[in-house]
Design a protein around this ligand. Sequence first.
Ligand code: IPM
Ligand code: MG
Length: 356
Amino acid sequence: MEKTITVIRGDGIGPEIVEQALRVLDRIAEKFGHTFRYREILAGGCAIDACGTSLPAESLEKCLDCDSVLLGAVGGPKWDGVPKEIRPEAALLGIRSAMGLYANLRPAKLFPQLAAASPLKPEIAGKGIDLMMVRELIGGAYFGAHRTGIENGEETAHDDMVYAEHEIERIVRRAFGIARKRSSRLISVDKANVLDTSRLWRKVARRVAAEFPDVEFADMLVDNAAMQLVKNPAQFDVVVTENLFGDILSDEASMITGSIGMMASASLGDGTRGMYEPIHGSAPDIAGKDLANPIGTILSAAMMLRYSFDMGAEADCIEAAVNAVLDAGCRTADCMSAGCTRLSCSEMGRKIRDAI
Ligand code: IPM
Ligand code: MG
């Protein structure tokens, strides 16, 4: 098969981790007889430096005209002072919204090899963590009206949190579909004891649940969910929630698995095209030092093969290679433990390639 992939290396460690993912994709192409064409675009801080805006129109066009987008990371303290409309994060939100990527899939899985790196007690982590966070990605407080001004003599800010029924319905339905392919358990997380958006969320989720009688369904309040994630993460299989809650809970879910550097994500809309990125940030403190963990980006590329290109065997192959390399005791600095071999970002990439 031939696929065109729009590549956003981005800022900080973005370029080095994306490089490793592309070399892994090259190896897959060679092994399975595919052709992957990479089209690099500027977005994020590097685009601000080069073009004065984080998302040049030409970059966005290339995201809308390709088979999928692979992104490293954007942002960094260098651009903290720029106006909010052109901040690096605005590029990410702009792409998500323009591509209609309402479903953000963030698997959080504890690799047994990394159990010692989990901050949870062994008796809790030992029960296993393997959950899929399904986060609504283009609604809620992120995309409501934002404004700051003087009200009653003092500076006052507003961020409107808005959800329409159809926005809730499509993400909840997607989450039920995913649950069906896993262990058929879904928890919908909201704050229905306080927020109207959450009361609507709960009503719609329960209505959709009636269409999936084979999936065990429950609601959970977000504060309780935050607690349950550290108390008993093994209870979760698929979790669906709104944008802001999902942002927060997905970082929590990834951290309990040992290293945020391992975690991949897929952002999908109704078609097959998606955007794939590790869930960690641009880590400017270690940028350019060949220290970063490329596994989150490599596993994101695997998700691209699985979800957008229908290349399940190829994705399995990458995941198996990652497992084999971890089994062999190879670790980057972020998840290093006693008795393991410490590798740089590029060495880790090479090991995974060799294992394919
Ligand atoms: C994420 C990030 C982004 C978000 C930021 C960088 C805008 O934290 O992908 O989780 O909040 O969605
Ligand atoms: Mg986040």
